[in-house]
Design a binder for this molecule. Sequence first.
Ligand SMILES: Cc1ncc(COP(=O)(O)O)c(C=O)c1O
Length: 482
Amino acid sequence: MKTLNLTLTNTYSKLYLNIANAIRNAIKNGNVAPSEKLPSARKLAEQLKVNRHTIMASYNELVAQGWVETQQRKGYSVAHSLPIYKALTYDKTNHSKVQKHEWRIVKPDDKSSQRPASSYQYNFAGGNPDISLFPFNEFKGYMNDALNRPPINELNYGDNGGFPPFIKEVSTYLRRVRSITNKEIIVMNGTQEALYVISQVLLKKGDKVAVENLGYQPAWKAFKNSGAHLIGVKQTHQGIDVEHLEVLFKQHKIRLLYLTPLHQYPTTTTLPVAQRLKVYRLAQKYNIPIIEDDYDHEFHYESQPLAPIAADDPAGLVIYLSSFSKIMFPGGRLGVIAVNKTLAPHIINYRTLMNHKANVILQDAVARWMQDGAFERQLRKSTRLYQKRRQCMVDILNKFKQEGLNLDFTLPAGGMALWVNIGCNAKKVSMLAREKNIFLLAENAFHLNEENCQDKFIRLGFSGQSEENIKQGLLLLKPLLN
Ligand SMILES: Cc1ncc(COP(=O)(O)O)c(C=O)c1O
Protein backbone atom coordinates (compact mmCIF):
# COMPACT_ATOMS: atom_id res chain seq x y z
CA MET A 1 0.00 0.00 0.00
CA LYS A 2 1.45 3.30 -1.07
CA THR A 3 1.57 6.18 1.37
CA LEU A 4 -1.49 8.39 1.19
CA ASN A 5 -0.56 12.06 0.93
CA LEU A 6 -3.24 14.01 2.70
CA THR A 7 -3.81 17.74 2.94
CA LEU A 8 -5.43 18.52 6.26
CA THR A 9 -7.55 21.63 6.67
CA ASN A 10 -9.48 23.11 9.58
CA THR A 11 -12.83 22.97 7.82
CA TYR A 12 -14.53 21.18 10.73
CA SER A 13 -14.15 21.60 14.47
CA LYS A 14 -13.39 17.88 14.98
CA LEU A 15 -10.03 16.39 13.94
CA TYR A 16 -11.52 13.07 12.77
CA LEU A 17 -13.82 14.96 10.36
CA ASN A 18 -10.91 16.96 8.94
CA ILE A 19 -9.00 13.74 8.34
CA ALA A 20 -12.09 12.15 6.72
CA ASN A 21 -12.40 15.22 4.51
CA ALA A 22 -8.74 14.92 3.44
CA ILE A 23 -9.17 11.21 2.59
CA ARG A 24 -12.37 12.00 0.65
CA ASN A 25 -10.53 14.67 -1.36
CA ALA A 26 -7.74 12.22 -2.14
CA ILE A 27 -10.38 9.81 -3.49
CA LYS A 28 -12.15 12.54 -5.48
CA ASN A 29 -8.88 13.71 -7.01
CA GLY A 30 -8.09 10.20 -8.15
CA ASN A 31 -5.03 9.75 -5.83
CA VAL A 32 -6.52 6.41 -4.82
CA ALA A 33 -8.62 4.36 -7.23
CA PRO A 34 -11.92 2.55 -6.56
CA SER A 35 -11.36 -0.75 -4.69
CA GLU A 36 -7.78 0.25 -3.82
CA LYS A 37 -6.66 -0.63 -0.32
CA LEU A 38 -6.25 2.24 2.13
CA PRO A 39 -3.51 2.40 4.82
CA SER A 40 -4.41 0.65 8.04
CA ALA A 41 -5.67 2.82 10.89
CA ARG A 42 -2.43 2.20 12.79
CA LYS A 43 -0.17 3.21 9.89
CA LEU A 44 -2.13 6.34 9.09
CA ALA A 45 -2.19 7.24 12.81
CA GLU A 46 1.62 7.01 12.87
CA GLN A 47 1.90 9.05 9.69
CA LEU A 48 -0.37 11.81 10.98
CA LYS A 49 0.81 11.51 14.59
CA VAL A 50 -2.68 11.08 15.97
CA ASN A 51 -4.49 8.45 17.97
CA ARG A 52 -5.50 5.25 16.09
CA HIS A 53 -9.11 5.65 17.31
CA THR A 54 -9.28 9.05 15.62
CA ILE A 55 -8.37 7.44 12.26
CA MET A 56 -10.92 4.66 12.85
CA ALA A 57 -13.56 7.32 13.49
CA SER A 58 -12.57 9.02 10.18
CA TYR A 59 -12.80 5.74 8.25
CA ASN A 60 -16.13 4.88 9.85
CA GLU A 61 -17.45 8.27 8.84
CA LEU A 62 -16.41 7.61 5.21
CA VAL A 63 -17.92 4.13 5.35
CA ALA A 64 -21.21 5.72 6.45
CA GLN A 65 -21.01 8.19 3.55
CA GLY A 66 -20.30 5.41 1.01
CA TRP A 67 -16.76 6.46 0.05
CA VAL A 68 -14.97 3.62 1.85
CA GLU A 69 -15.73 -0.06 2.30
CA THR A 70 -14.57 -2.31 5.08
CA GLN A 71 -14.19 -6.07 5.07
CA GLN A 72 -13.58 -8.37 7.99
CA ARG A 73 -9.82 -8.67 8.60
CA LYS A 74 -9.00 -7.02 5.28
CA GLY A 75 -9.08 -3.46 6.55
CA TYR A 76 -10.38 -0.47 4.60
CA SER A 77 -10.51 0.15 0.86
CA VAL A 78 -12.01 2.77 -1.44
CA ALA A 79 -15.58 1.83 -2.43
CA HIS A 80 -15.59 -0.08 -5.71
CA SER A 81 -18.27 2.06 -7.34
CA LEU A 82 -18.25 5.83 -7.00
CA PRO A 83 -20.57 7.77 -9.31
CA ILE A 84 -18.51 10.92 -8.97
CA TYR A 85 -15.39 9.05 -10.00
CA LYS A 86 -17.11 7.74 -13.13
CA ALA A 87 -18.16 11.24 -14.09
CA LEU A 88 -14.62 12.53 -13.71
CA THR A 89 -13.04 9.79 -15.79
CA TYR A 90 -15.71 10.25 -18.47
CA ASP A 91 -14.76 13.90 -18.80
CA LYS A 92 -11.06 13.16 -18.84
CA THR A 93 -11.08 10.28 -21.29
CA ASN A 94 -13.93 11.26 -23.62
CA HIS A 95 -13.11 14.86 -24.11
CA SER A 96 -13.86 14.77 -27.81
CA LYS A 97 -17.39 13.50 -27.14
CA VAL A 98 -18.04 16.38 -24.77
CA GLN A 99 -16.75 18.91 -27.27
CA LYS A 100 -18.81 17.53 -30.16
CA HIS A 101 -22.05 18.02 -28.26
CA GLU A 102 -24.10 20.80 -29.82
CA TRP A 103 -25.98 23.40 -27.79
CA ARG A 104 -28.72 25.71 -28.93
CA ILE A 105 -27.26 29.06 -28.15
CA VAL A 106 -29.58 32.01 -27.61
CA LYS A 107 -27.64 35.19 -28.26
CA PRO A 108 -27.92 37.66 -25.41
CA ASP A 109 -29.76 40.87 -25.96
CA ASP A 110 -27.53 43.68 -27.25
CA LYS A 111 -28.73 45.60 -24.24
CA SER A 112 -27.70 42.91 -21.75
CA SER A 113 -24.11 44.14 -21.58
CA GLN A 114 -25.25 47.69 -20.94
CA ARG A 115 -26.13 49.38 -17.69
CA PRO A 116 -29.77 48.61 -16.78
CA ALA A 117 -32.23 51.46 -17.35
CA SER A 118 -33.31 51.35 -13.70
CA SER A 119 -29.80 52.32 -12.56
CA TYR A 120 -30.07 55.77 -14.21
CA GLN A 121 -31.12 58.70 -12.06
CA TYR A 122 -33.55 59.86 -14.78
CA ASN A 123 -35.14 56.80 -16.29
CA PHE A 124 -37.34 57.64 -19.31
CA ALA A 125 -37.65 54.00 -20.45
CA GLY A 126 -41.16 53.86 -21.90
CA GLY A 127 -43.57 51.49 -20.25
CA ASN A 128 -42.08 51.34 -16.78
CA PRO A 129 -44.63 51.25 -14.00
CA ASP A 130 -43.74 53.10 -10.80
CA ILE A 131 -43.24 50.09 -8.59
CA SER A 132 -43.01 52.25 -5.48
CA LEU A 133 -46.74 52.98 -5.95
CA PHE A 134 -47.66 49.34 -5.49
CA PRO A 135 -49.58 48.90 -2.19
CA PHE A 136 -47.25 46.29 -0.72
CA ASN A 137 -48.76 46.57 2.76
CA GLU A 138 -52.30 46.13 1.53
CA PHE A 139 -51.23 43.23 -0.69
CA LYS A 140 -49.51 41.55 2.24
CA GLY A 141 -52.97 41.09 3.75
CA TYR A 142 -54.16 39.16 0.67
CA MET A 143 -50.99 37.08 0.67
CA ASN A 144 -51.62 36.30 4.35
CA ASP A 145 -55.19 35.26 3.57
CA ALA A 146 -53.92 32.99 0.81
CA LEU A 147 -51.41 31.42 3.21
CA ASN A 148 -53.83 31.19 6.15
CA ARG A 149 -56.37 29.29 4.08
CA PRO A 150 -54.15 27.62 1.49
CA PRO A 151 -55.91 25.99 -1.47
CA ILE A 152 -54.31 22.64 -0.66
CA ASN A 153 -55.52 20.73 -3.73
CA GLU A 154 -54.58 23.50 -6.12
CA LEU A 155 -51.07 23.65 -4.72
CA ASN A 156 -50.40 20.25 -6.21
CA TYR A 157 -49.84 19.40 -9.89
CA GLY A 158 -52.83 19.65 -12.21
CA ASP A 159 -55.15 22.48 -13.30
CA ASN A 160 -52.37 23.72 -15.56
CA GLY A 161 -54.48 26.40 -17.18
CA GLY A 162 -54.52 28.46 -14.00
CA PHE A 163 -55.96 28.75 -10.50
CA PRO A 164 -59.77 28.68 -11.00
CA PRO A 165 -60.68 31.57 -8.62
CA PHE A 166 -58.07 33.76 -10.35
CA ILE A 167 -59.38 32.78 -13.80
CA LYS A 168 -62.88 33.67 -12.61
CA GLU A 169 -61.78 37.14 -11.43
CA VAL A 170 -59.78 37.82 -14.60
CA SER A 171 -62.67 36.66 -16.81
CA THR A 172 -65.09 38.99 -15.02
CA TYR A 173 -62.62 41.86 -15.21
CA LEU A 174 -61.79 41.38 -18.90
CA ARG A 175 -65.47 40.99 -19.75
CA ARG A 176 -66.27 44.24 -17.99
CA VAL A 177 -63.35 46.43 -19.05
CA ARG A 178 -62.41 44.85 -22.42
CA SER A 179 -65.70 43.17 -23.47
CA ILE A 180 -63.94 39.84 -23.86
CA THR A 181 -66.32 36.88 -23.85
CA ASN A 182 -66.34 33.43 -25.38
CA LYS A 183 -62.67 32.88 -24.81
CA GLU A 184 -60.79 30.61 -22.50
CA ILE A 185 -58.42 32.28 -20.05
CA ILE A 186 -55.01 30.68 -19.54
CA VAL A 187 -52.72 31.97 -16.82
CA MET A 188 -49.11 32.40 -17.88
CA ASN A 189 -45.90 33.56 -16.24
CA GLY A 190 -46.19 36.90 -18.05
CA THR A 191 -46.71 37.83 -21.69
CA GLN A 192 -43.27 36.67 -22.73
CA GLU A 193 -44.03 33.07 -21.80
CA ALA A 194 -47.31 33.40 -23.70
CA LEU A 195 -45.51 34.66 -26.82
CA TYR A 196 -42.97 31.86 -26.63
CA VAL A 197 -45.56 29.12 -26.22
CA ILE A 198 -47.86 30.51 -28.93
CA SER A 199 -44.89 30.66 -31.31
CA GLN A 200 -44.00 27.07 -30.57
CA VAL A 201 -47.57 25.87 -31.07
CA LEU A 202 -48.40 27.88 -34.20
CA LEU A 203 -45.18 28.36 -36.11
CA LYS A 204 -42.76 26.13 -37.92
CA LYS A 205 -39.48 26.88 -39.67
CA GLY A 206 -39.93 29.24 -42.62
CA ASP A 207 -43.38 30.52 -41.60
CA LYS A 208 -43.97 34.22 -42.07
CA VAL A 209 -45.16 36.49 -39.28
CA ALA A 210 -46.38 40.02 -40.05
CA VAL A 211 -45.33 42.57 -37.44
CA GLU A 212 -45.43 46.35 -37.12
CA ASN A 213 -42.34 47.98 -38.71
CA LEU A 214 -41.64 49.68 -35.41
CA GLY A 215 -42.42 47.23 -32.64
CA TYR A 216 -41.74 45.02 -29.67
CA GLN A 217 -38.44 43.17 -30.02
CA PRO A 218 -39.08 40.51 -27.32
CA ALA A 219 -42.11 39.27 -29.30
CA TRP A 220 -40.10 39.20 -32.53
CA LYS A 221 -37.38 37.17 -30.86
CA ALA A 222 -39.87 34.53 -29.75
CA PHE A 223 -41.22 34.26 -33.33
CA LYS A 224 -37.74 34.04 -34.84
CA ASN A 225 -36.74 31.40 -32.33
CA SER A 226 -39.44 29.19 -33.87
CA GLY A 227 -37.76 29.61 -37.26
CA ALA A 228 -40.22 32.24 -38.51
CA HIS A 229 -39.37 35.13 -40.86
CA LEU A 230 -40.68 38.53 -39.93
CA ILE A 231 -42.41 40.72 -42.50
CA GLY A 232 -42.74 44.40 -41.56
CA VAL A 233 -46.04 46.21 -42.02
CA LYS A 234 -45.81 49.94 -42.73
CA GLN A 235 -47.30 52.37 -40.25
CA THR A 236 -49.21 55.61 -40.62
CA HIS A 237 -49.87 58.21 -37.93
CA GLN A 238 -52.82 56.00 -36.89
CA GLY A 239 -51.09 52.68 -36.49
CA ILE A 240 -50.56 49.97 -39.07
CA ASP A 241 -51.17 50.77 -42.72
CA VAL A 242 -54.06 48.47 -43.59
CA GLU A 243 -53.58 48.85 -47.36
CA HIS A 244 -50.01 47.65 -47.00
CA LEU A 245 -51.20 44.80 -44.79
CA GLU A 246 -53.54 43.69 -47.57
CA VAL A 247 -50.71 43.76 -50.11
CA LEU A 248 -48.58 41.63 -47.80
CA PHE A 249 -51.41 39.15 -47.19
CA LYS A 250 -51.79 38.79 -50.98
CA GLN A 251 -48.06 38.53 -51.67
CA HIS A 252 -46.99 36.18 -48.89
CA LYS A 253 -48.43 33.22 -47.13
CA ILE A 254 -48.58 34.90 -43.72
CA ARG A 255 -49.09 32.52 -40.80
CA LEU A 256 -49.59 35.02 -37.97
CA LEU A 257 -50.10 38.73 -37.35
CA TYR A 258 -48.78 40.39 -34.17
CA LEU A 259 -50.27 43.77 -33.21
CA THR A 260 -50.40 46.33 -30.38
CA PRO A 261 -53.53 48.23 -31.57
CA LEU A 262 -54.50 50.16 -28.45
CA HIS A 263 -51.25 51.96 -27.65
CA GLN A 264 -48.97 50.99 -30.49
CA TYR A 265 -45.56 49.99 -29.16
CA PRO A 266 -43.48 52.19 -29.38
CA THR A 267 -45.26 55.00 -31.28
CA THR A 268 -48.26 55.17 -28.84
CA THR A 269 -50.93 55.67 -31.55
CA THR A 270 -54.38 54.10 -31.23
CA LEU A 271 -55.67 52.19 -34.23
CA PRO A 272 -59.11 53.65 -35.08
CA VAL A 273 -62.21 51.47 -35.10
CA ALA A 274 -62.59 51.50 -38.90
CA GLN A 275 -59.01 50.27 -39.34
CA ARG A 276 -59.50 47.55 -36.73
CA LEU A 277 -62.53 46.26 -38.59
CA LYS A 278 -60.56 46.22 -41.85
CA VAL A 279 -57.69 44.34 -40.19
CA TYR A 280 -60.13 41.79 -38.83
CA ARG A 281 -61.90 41.30 -42.17
CA LEU A 282 -58.57 40.78 -43.89
CA ALA A 283 -57.46 38.28 -41.26
CA GLN A 284 -60.75 36.45 -41.73
CA LYS A 285 -60.42 36.46 -45.52
CA TYR A 286 -56.90 35.01 -45.40
CA ASN A 287 -57.53 32.97 -42.26
CA ILE A 288 -54.65 34.46 -40.32
CA PRO A 289 -54.62 34.41 -36.50
CA ILE A 290 -53.91 37.72 -34.79
CA ILE A 291 -51.97 38.09 -31.55
CA GLU A 292 -53.38 41.21 -29.93
CA ASP A 293 -50.98 42.39 -27.24
CA ASP A 294 -53.06 44.64 -24.97
CA TYR A 295 -50.19 45.20 -22.57
CA ASP A 296 -51.20 48.51 -20.91
CA HIS A 297 -54.93 49.02 -21.58
CA GLU A 298 -55.47 50.01 -17.94
CA PHE A 299 -53.75 53.32 -18.52
CA HIS A 300 -56.07 55.23 -20.78
CA TYR A 301 -56.84 58.75 -19.73
CA GLU A 302 -59.68 60.91 -20.98
CA SER A 303 -62.10 58.20 -22.09
CA GLN A 304 -62.72 54.49 -22.00
CA PRO A 305 -60.19 52.71 -24.22
CA LEU A 306 -61.42 51.35 -27.54
CA ALA A 307 -62.52 47.74 -27.24
CA PRO A 308 -59.88 45.29 -28.43
CA ILE A 309 -60.18 43.41 -31.71
CA ALA A 310 -60.69 40.31 -29.56
CA ALA A 311 -64.00 41.71 -28.29
CA ASP A 312 -65.68 41.02 -31.61
CA ASP A 313 -64.09 37.87 -32.92
CA PRO A 314 -66.75 35.55 -34.37
CA ALA A 315 -64.11 33.49 -36.22
CA GLY A 316 -62.06 32.94 -33.05
CA LEU A 317 -58.94 34.33 -34.74
CA VAL A 318 -57.67 36.60 -32.00
CA ILE A 319 -55.22 35.43 -29.36
CA TYR A 320 -55.51 38.16 -26.76
CA LEU A 321 -52.70 38.90 -24.28
CA SER A 322 -52.87 40.91 -21.08
CA SER A 323 -50.09 41.42 -18.54
CA PHE A 324 -49.92 42.19 -14.81
CA SER A 325 -46.41 43.63 -15.26
CA LYS A 326 -47.65 47.19 -15.60
CA ILE A 327 -50.44 46.93 -13.02
CA MET A 328 -48.19 45.31 -10.43
CA PHE A 329 -44.53 44.87 -11.35
CA PRO A 330 -42.64 42.87 -14.00
CA GLY A 331 -41.09 40.62 -11.33
CA GLY A 332 -44.55 39.25 -10.49
CA ARG A 333 -44.50 37.33 -13.81
CA LEU A 334 -48.23 37.10 -14.22
CA GLY A 335 -50.16 37.43 -17.45
CA VAL A 336 -53.06 35.82 -19.26
CA ILE A 337 -54.01 34.59 -22.71
CA ALA A 338 -57.66 34.73 -23.80
CA VAL A 339 -58.07 32.36 -26.71
CA ASN A 340 -60.64 30.26 -28.51
CA LYS A 341 -61.52 26.97 -26.88
CA THR A 342 -59.97 24.83 -29.64
CA LEU A 343 -56.51 26.30 -29.36
CA ALA A 344 -56.49 26.60 -25.54
CA PRO A 345 -55.65 22.96 -24.67
CA HIS A 346 -52.70 22.95 -27.10
CA ILE A 347 -51.26 26.04 -25.45
CA ILE A 348 -51.75 24.54 -22.00
CA ASN A 349 -50.20 21.22 -23.05
CA TYR A 350 -47.18 22.92 -24.57
CA ARG A 351 -46.66 25.11 -21.54
CA THR A 352 -46.76 22.01 -19.35
CA LEU A 353 -43.61 20.83 -21.14
CA MET A 354 -41.71 23.79 -19.79
CA ASN A 355 -43.59 24.54 -16.58
CA HIS A 356 -46.65 23.12 -14.88
CA LYS A 357 -48.39 26.29 -13.86
CA ALA A 358 -47.96 29.86 -12.62
CA ASN A 359 -47.43 30.54 -8.91
CA VAL A 360 -50.70 29.50 -7.22
CA ILE A 361 -50.27 31.51 -4.00
CA LEU A 362 -49.70 34.67 -6.02
CA GLN A 363 -52.75 33.93 -8.20
CA ASP A 364 -54.78 33.31 -5.04
CA ALA A 365 -53.66 36.60 -3.45
CA VAL A 366 -54.31 38.58 -6.64
CA ALA A 367 -57.74 36.93 -7.00
CA ARG A 368 -58.61 38.05 -3.44
CA TRP A 369 -57.27 41.53 -4.20
CA MET A 370 -59.43 41.72 -7.33
CA GLN A 371 -62.52 40.33 -5.66
CA ASP A 372 -62.30 42.91 -2.90
CA GLY A 373 -62.26 45.79 -5.39
CA ALA A 374 -58.90 46.97 -3.99
CA PHE A 375 -57.20 46.08 -7.27
CA GLU A 376 -59.36 48.49 -9.28
CA ARG A 377 -59.01 51.16 -6.59
CA GLN A 378 -55.25 50.89 -6.99
CA LEU A 379 -55.60 51.06 -10.77
CA ARG A 380 -57.64 54.22 -10.56
CA LYS A 381 -55.02 55.72 -8.27
CA SER A 382 -52.06 54.94 -10.52
CA THR A 383 -53.98 55.97 -13.65
CA ARG A 384 -54.70 59.39 -12.10
CA LEU A 385 -51.05 59.78 -11.16
CA TYR A 386 -49.75 58.69 -14.57
CA GLN A 387 -52.15 61.13 -16.22
CA LYS A 388 -50.66 63.94 -14.10
CA ARG A 389 -47.15 62.83 -15.03
CA ARG A 390 -48.11 62.75 -18.72
CA GLN A 391 -49.41 66.32 -18.34
CA CYS A 392 -46.26 67.40 -16.53
CA MET A 393 -44.10 66.07 -19.38
CA VAL A 394 -46.36 67.60 -22.03
CA ASP A 395 -46.26 71.02 -20.31
CA ILE A 396 -42.47 71.00 -20.15
CA LEU A 397 -42.06 69.91 -23.77
CA ASN A 398 -44.57 72.56 -24.90
CA LYS A 399 -42.55 75.15 -23.00
CA PHE A 400 -39.39 73.95 -24.76
CA LYS A 401 -41.25 74.37 -28.07
CA GLN A 402 -42.25 77.91 -27.21
CA GLU A 403 -38.62 78.61 -26.41
CA GLY A 404 -37.74 77.59 -29.95
CA LEU A 405 -36.86 73.90 -29.69
CA ASN A 406 -37.79 71.84 -32.70
CA LEU A 407 -40.09 69.26 -31.08
CA ASP A 408 -43.27 67.62 -32.22
CA PHE A 409 -45.52 65.03 -30.61
CA THR A 410 -49.13 63.94 -30.50
CA LEU A 411 -50.74 63.58 -27.11
CA PRO A 412 -51.32 59.84 -26.70
CA ALA A 413 -54.75 58.83 -25.47
CA GLY A 414 -53.15 56.44 -23.04
CA GLY A 415 -50.10 54.36 -22.33
CA MET A 416 -46.96 55.25 -20.47
CA ALA A 417 -44.78 57.21 -22.92
CA LEU A 418 -44.61 60.00 -25.50
CA TRP A 419 -43.19 59.52 -28.98
CA VAL A 420 -41.36 62.74 -29.71
CA ASN A 421 -40.02 63.96 -33.04
CA ILE A 422 -36.82 65.89 -32.35
CA GLY A 423 -35.97 66.43 -36.02
CA CYS A 424 -32.65 64.57 -36.27
CA ASN A 425 -29.81 62.79 -34.40
CA ALA A 426 -32.17 60.88 -32.13
CA LYS A 427 -29.71 58.04 -31.61
CA LYS A 428 -26.89 60.43 -30.74
CA VAL A 429 -29.14 62.22 -28.25
CA SER A 430 -30.02 58.92 -26.56
CA MET A 431 -26.29 58.08 -26.24
CA LEU A 432 -25.22 61.53 -25.00
CA ALA A 433 -28.08 61.54 -22.50
CA ARG A 434 -26.51 58.57 -20.73
CA GLU A 435 -23.49 60.66 -19.87
CA LYS A 436 -25.89 62.88 -17.95
CA ASN A 437 -27.39 59.89 -16.11
CA ILE A 438 -30.51 59.94 -18.31
CA PHE A 439 -31.91 56.79 -19.92
CA LEU A 440 -34.09 56.99 -23.00
CA LEU A 441 -34.40 55.08 -26.26
CA ALA A 442 -34.41 56.45 -29.77
CA GLU A 443 -36.35 55.06 -32.73
CA ASN A 444 -33.42 52.92 -33.94
CA ALA A 445 -34.06 50.58 -30.98
CA PHE A 446 -37.51 49.66 -32.30
CA HIS A 447 -37.08 49.20 -36.07
CA LEU A 448 -37.41 45.84 -37.75
CA ASN A 449 -35.20 47.11 -40.57
CA GLU A 450 -32.79 49.78 -39.44
CA GLU A 451 -32.62 51.20 -42.98
CA ASN A 452 -36.17 52.53 -42.37
CA CYS A 453 -34.86 54.54 -39.43
CA GLN A 454 -35.26 58.29 -39.91
CA ASP A 455 -33.37 58.95 -36.68
CA LYS A 456 -35.95 61.54 -35.66
CA PHE A 457 -37.90 60.07 -32.76
CA ILE A 458 -37.20 59.46 -29.11
CA ARG A 459 -39.51 57.70 -26.68
CA LEU A 460 -39.99 59.36 -23.31
CA GLY A 461 -41.65 57.28 -20.62
CA PHE A 462 -43.54 59.34 -18.05
CA SER A 463 -45.06 56.76 -15.72
CA GLY A 464 -42.03 55.35 -13.91
CA GLN A 465 -40.71 58.46 -12.17
CA SER A 466 -41.96 61.41 -10.12
CA GLU A 467 -42.90 64.77 -11.62
CA GLU A 468 -39.86 66.28 -9.96
CA ASN A 469 -37.58 63.74 -11.64
CA ILE A 470 -39.31 64.28 -14.99
CA LYS A 471 -38.72 68.04 -14.68
CA GLN A 472 -35.07 67.75 -13.67
CA GLY A 473 -34.34 65.08 -16.27
CA LEU A 474 -35.93 67.05 -19.12
CA LEU A 475 -34.07 70.23 -18.13
CA LEU A 476 -30.81 68.30 -18.27
CA LEU A 477 -31.80 66.81 -21.60
CA LYS A 478 -32.82 70.14 -23.12
CA PRO A 479 -29.35 71.30 -24.33
CA LEU A 480 -29.05 68.03 -26.29
CA LEU A 481 -32.29 68.72 -28.14
CA ASN A 482 -31.12 71.97 -29.69
C1 LIG B 1 -45.52 45.48 -26.01
C2 LIG B 1 -45.40 44.82 -24.68
N1 LIG B 1 -46.02 43.65 -24.48
C3 LIG B 1 -45.97 43.03 -23.29
C4 LIG B 1 -45.26 43.57 -22.24
C5 LIG B 1 -45.28 42.86 -20.90
O1 LIG B 1 -44.50 41.74 -20.92
P1 LIG B 1 -44.42 40.73 -19.68
O2 LIG B 1 -45.83 40.39 -19.28
O3 LIG B 1 -43.68 39.56 -20.23
O4 LIG B 1 -43.69 41.42 -18.57
C6 LIG B 1 -44.58 44.75 -22.39
C7 LIG B 1 -43.77 45.30 -21.30
O5 LIG B 1 -42.89 46.11 -21.46
C8 LIG B 1 -44.67 45.40 -23.65
O6 LIG B 1 -44.06 46.59 -23.84
